[in-house]
Design a protein around this ligand. Structure first.
Ligand code: ADP
Length: 327
């Protein structure tokens, strides 16, 4: 990696106890990662995992208790103004007056920076040109999110931090937002994406860290993390008629007995599920083809970042999990 844009090393942050006699809360216990220029880097984990605290420390908005943070080679604690010039932060909920228009908001926020993005280009990038004279209070959820991204980019940052940007959006608006984030990256901005959505991270991030209980539990590209999963892969087969299914059940059960790449073949409803190594699909297709038993439908069972989370933590992925632990 050429010199990283963001470098976090053994970051630690403990919040003081809320009440006298209460216990302090370690939000970030030990977090390290590096972000390369021009990538969408994900910080993924359940609520309360320490994601926001981590990015607040690297945006110079919070003081850490330990470890080092470098953004564009600088320490955000030592030089918060420089960081503010070059790091755009998207607020979790844009706190704008209902009556302010899109264009006015860009103008006001732009006035905080010495260098500013061209508002027309920004409106175009975020599909807001048609809404530029609309008041904030009259925008849809998706439009408000797009405006919050535009505001994070108005100072021409090199790094943009986007925190939970698709929470509360419908599926179509989420997909549209993902495309916009890719456009932002393609325009040359390094994106740090904070999310508790596994599917979002898998779809959007070039690389990511999974954080749980204030610690990094996995790191890599989504595909490498999923490829690295241990355990069986699965294939589901469906047949047009009962005769073919029964014949296939016998063939595949026998295959599981003699072929080390096939662990088991079990009927599930009107389908057969076969599990085994990465060669399982190959073995199943060969066996059925040789006997001329043709399935109607074959699908491989999807493996996702959720499976990665289960493997590294030993728990199901529940979005609220860390909050419950904290309470
Ligand atoms: P995430 O962004 O992953 O949801 P946060 O960094 O917001 O996680 O929070 C991590 C933990 O720190 C949570 O248990 C949260 O309740 C606690 N926390 C966050 N902010 C504060 C604060 N200002 N004071 C005390 N505890 C906090």
């Amino acid at each position: 990696m050429t010199s990283p844009v963001v470098e976090v090393s053994h970051l630690r942050k403990t919040y003081p106890a809320a009440k006298r006699g209460g216990t302090p809360k370690t939000a970030v216990a030990d977090v390290s990662f590096q972000v390369a220029r021009g990538e969408i880097f994900g910080i993924l984990g359940p609520n309360g995992a320490g994601k926001t605290t981590t990015v607040e420390c690297l945006a110079g908005l919070r003081r850490s208790d330990g470890g080092t943070v470098r953004v564009l080679g600088q320490d955000p604690q030592a030089d918060p103004l420089l960081i503010r010039e070059h790091v755009g932060v998207q607020l979790q909920e844009a706190a704008l007056h209902d009556k302010i228009t899109v264009a006015e908001a860009l103008d006001v926020f732009g006035s905080f920076y010495s260098e500013r993005a061209d508002p027309a280009e920004l409106l175009d990038l975020l599909d807001l040109t048609a809404h530029r004279h609309q008041q904030f209070g009259k925008l849809s959820g998706g439009q408000k999110q797009r405006l919050s991204i535009a505001l994070a980019l108005v100072g021409k940052p090199q790094v943009a931090i986007l925190d939970e940007l698709t929470t509360g959006l419908d599926p179509a608006a989420r997909r549209a937002t993902w495309e916009l984030v890719e456009r932002v990256r393609d325009s040359g901005v390094t994106v740090l994406l904070v999310t508790h959505f596994m599917d979002e991270a898998e779809r959007l991030c070039d690389r990511l860290v999974v954080i749980d209980g204030g610690r990094v539990v996995a790191e890599g590209t989504p595909s490498a993390l999923i490829e690295g999963l241990e355990g069986d892969r699965g294939v589901r087969l469906r047949f047009a008629d009962d005769g073919a299914r029964e014949r296939a059940t016998q063939l595949l059960a026998a295959l599981a007995e003699r072929d080390a790449d096939v662990t088991a073949a079990v009927p599930i409803g009107d389908e057969i599920e076969v599990t085994g190594t990465r060669k399982v699909l190959f073995a199943v297709v060969q066996e059925l083809a040789a006997a001329d038993v043709v399935p109607d439908d074959v699908r491989t069972l999807e493996r996702t970042l959720e499976d990665v989370f289960v493997q590294v933590t030993g728990r199901e992925y529940r979005v609220e999990e860390n909050e419950e632990v904290a309470a």
